[in-house]
Design a protein around this ligand. Sequence first.
Ligand SMILES: *Cc1c(COP(=O)(O)O)cnc(C)c1O
Length: 382
Amino acid sequence: MRTPEDELATLSEEGLLRSLRRMESGQLIDANSDGRKVINFSSNDYLGLSRDEALVNAACEATRRHGAGSGASRLISGTLPPHHALEEKIAEWKGTQAALSFANGYATAIGVLGAFLTKGDVVILDKLCHASLIDGARQSGATLRVYPHNDLNKLEDLLGHYRERLPGSSRLIIVTESIFSMDGDRAPLPEIINLAEQHHALLLLDEAHAVGILGSGGQGLAEELGIQDRVTFQMGTLGKAIGSGGGYVAASRSWIDLLLNKARPFIYSTAPPPAQAAASLCGIEVITSSRGEALRNRLWSNISRLAELLGKKPISAIMPVILGTNQAALNASLALLETGYLVPAIRFPTVPRGSARLRITLSAEHTAESIEGLHTNLLKSP
Ligand SMILES: *Cc1c(COP(=O)(O)O)cnc(C)c1O
């Protein structure tokens, strides 16, 4: 029988071994395990809300009122006032009839795709979709087809092919992210929506890295483009810009009713703690307020500054520096860490083989000085 030691040795030889990094807090300037200070350029807490006083207070208050745990699954007796309030807020924010929250974004993807799809249905995914979407599509039992990243011609071919052949009762669904998590680029959303409508396909849009950053109230790319109402399922995480934890999907009432009847990660799991739902609600309230707008503006000026230094277009808060080999990415990450900048090396299977990279993420809390310092040291790294 193969041993875990053998597998670990293989991973290590390939430069693919992973281990946990111990951080002291989620702070922007944090102590690494050896006690040295590092500036964090790896967090998805884009607006710095995870340590925001309002969110921390909301979590404490909800814990005092409703307890540290929910005690049961949502459909039994675990649905408490913070869960209701959060879901009503998400629906209002996203302009839908209803919304449902989950323990995290991963469980949301598995739950939604598993609930809505079955054998005989077809799911068409962008090649660079997040692992949670791929896993959800696989587990659903539907036929899974992948189109090259943002390739509208290939998407149209696949849609045409299956629309002709699928029986009327079968579902055809397109799955894409709005901002891609490891590349930081955007999906051509208006064109994708047009194709979905022409071919009577559903659309699941994961706004994980666009929420809090794009849109008049931080709703994401669909709202920024004025096409929220044409997206069947608006999905995302509450754990990134929103500053708490959890996941959600916003859609029409019937889809949400079906979801809560059929999504296994929702049904067979204890409801998230009240503190998580209350902090998430507070995070959305901050994001939609004038304070949220100011944070978004600060983030965008940081994005513009780093994009200018790197000679790139300011598209999102994620800026990859593609280095190719695992070792090159690991070496560059280590060199930056030694000069006080935490930028992770991202390797297979998170990104395709041969495209290992540094993934820089920016926050509203970074200063121009720290961004310039990162850039200077990036040039020096091997
Ligand atoms: C992070 C992420 C998820 C998962 O969300 P969690 O709340 O972290 O589980 C899903 N989709 C995308 C695109 C993500 O980047």
